[in-house]
Write a protein that binds this ligand. Structure first.
Ligand code: ADP
Ligand code: NI
Length: 221
């Protein structure tokens, strides 16, 4: 099967499952993760390894289609992804790489275990984390918070130290708390040098936003 057809089929699959998601995990999130992960990989290794780039593209587009935030039946969704990859004639090795990556890359899963991702997986994970930062990260956080019925900010709700996926999903929080509980820490978890640099710049921008927000909240400006 030619690369263009593979690409189209993967994007159609992601679109059907993510389009119109109101929590910041819409199709365009997957699209940005794919673009950025490939750009970071190409900067380090060049663009000769077509197979590696295809693995990155597939994992990026598919990573949130098996997430419990978006789908109710994770096992069924994983089977659908496996079926798609077989139909698209990915090798067994490539299929295993993609499945392992999308099953183990999330922040919440890595709170309790540190999973060792493949090279391709590391670039996808960095790009996914970078998309949680900067102006886009701020927009996604408030979209998610609204959808989860959380307040923008409430000084009576404490920031907590998240230790497990259960803490992460179930504790009372606010959109502003989420910056302190997760987003400001992400830059320290990056795999690649280029990813770390972008993450740092975007984190600085978020710190400025938070300083401005708190100054306005406290009536200082
Ligand atoms: P992962 O899939 O890596 O475990 P999530 O998909 O839960 O991470 O988070 C992706 C993005 O969704 C976050 O970076 C943030 O923008 C948003 N988000 C997740 N949880 C919250 C929350 N409690 N409040 C606000 N935004 C959140
Ligand atoms: Ni994601």
């Amino acid at each position: 099967m030619d690369l263009e057809t593979k690409r189209q089929r993967i994007q159609e699959f992601a679109k059907a499952r993510m389009d119109f998601d109101p929590t910041g995990h819409d199709f365009w999130h997957a699209n940005r993760v794919s673009q950025l992960a490939q750009k970071l990989y190409i900067a380090d290794f060049g663009n000769d390894n077509v197979d590696a780039l295809m693995i990155i593209e597939a994992a990026a587009y598919l990573h949130d289609t098996i997430d419990d935030k978006l789908v109710s039946d994770i096992i069924f969704s994983q089977m659908e992804v496996e079926k798609l990859l077989e139909e698209l004639e990915f090798s067994t090795e490539a299929r295993e790489n993609i499945m392992f990556t999308i099953q183990h890359m999330s922040y919440s899963k890595n709170l309790t275990n540190q999973y060792d991702l493949s090279i391709e997986g590391k670039y996808v994970q960095d790009a996914d984390r970078i998309d949680a930062l900067g102006a886009i990260g701020i927009a996604r956080t408030f979209a998610y918070g609204g959808h989860a019925n959380n307040e923008i900010y409430n000084p009576n709700i404490p920031v907590i130290d998240l230790k497990s996926k259960e803490d992460y999903r179930n504790h009372p929080t606010t959109a502003i708390n989420h910056f302190h509980e997760k987003l400001l820490k992400l830059e320290l978890t990056m795999n690649t040098e280029a990813g770390t640099k972008i993450a740092h710049e975007r984190t600085e921008f978020m710190r400025q936003f938070l300083a401005e927000f708190m100054a306005e909240w406290q009536g200082e400006i």
